[in-house]
Design a protein around this ligand. Sequence first.
Ligand code: UD1
Length: 336
Amino acid sequence: MSVLVTGGAGYIGSHTVVELLNNNMEVIMIDDFSNSKPQVLENIKKITGKDFKFYEIDYSNRKELEKVFKENPDIDGVINFAGFKAVGESVQKPIDYYINNVSGALVLLDTMKKYNVKKFVFSSSATVYGEENEIPYVETMKTGGTTNPYGTTKLFIEQILKDIYKSDNSWDIAILRYFNPIGSHESGLIGEEPQGIPNNLMPYIVRVACGKLKELSIFGNDYPTKDGTGVRDYIHVVDLAKGHVKAIEKLNKERSGLYIYNLGTGIGYSVLDIVNTFEKVTNQKVPYKIVERREGDIAEFYANAEKAKNELGWIAEKSLEDMCRDSWNYIVKNLT
Ligand code: UD1
């Protein structure tokens, strides 16, 4: 199978490309390096011992995208990782987010239609469940009530995909709702590198542990959770990447349908669970202080991961210890 991967040099994209190549799929990658580095390409080749085609283009540039489809008539399906993903930035720059994420996805889908490529895997997020659902989140729950433009772009694209499928059921679409991806490939060659000061928990923790940041601020310890800190479903990025392989394989084998899957472990860990496990596994200290709750945060959420298990034969296999060890390994090899 030949798969076009947009945003393939990014955090989740690069790990997915590794798993696609490990499963003997042919990969054509697009990235504009707006949030990634060219070195990632070499590192993917080092990990897998395999090669792939690469185009340095913006996925929303119709003319350049068409060239990719013209030059690669064997593309069977597309996995779309291209898109901006910083929640805080999306509040400051909503137009940029709607243009890049939503208009970009439309250009991609329209070009796919033109070249009759109709298998599409989309990186969505648990953020589409909004703030009002009961946990654990199940795919059939209502979506909406997103609290920032980033989340709303995910919601809009999900709706666009549902409308496309309704209009033409020869499309095969998998919407993957990620929970909280952390960790990195065990080689330490690829990983997460947010620009500036990180907003997400694990990127912040590793920078405190290596001395680049002074201390972690824990956003609230008065939530109705086991220790008062926020609870999330952290998933190892390699497990997440493997979920994409299962999804695109399903679209290639069976037709047709629009499928929605949660990709999470089904287990909730608190901020303190993460800090304590990280300290135990890495032998590093993570100084922290408790501060006010962060606006827009909710107390607790995790996935019901049964549907992906039953229909894709996929489960997250790596433990929280693995996630902490591999997050730290990447930092030791790259940032310290
Ligand atoms: C956030 C986004 C979500 C996005 C996801 C990507 C918000 C409100 N939500 O989810 O839309 O899909 O990232 O992974 O930004 N925490 C601290 N101190 C920190 C950072 C985080 O205590 O410095 C806590 C948070 O309060 C939360 C937990 O750690 O309880 C996880 O936070 P984070 O990694 O930012 O992920 P989410 O908020 O779940």
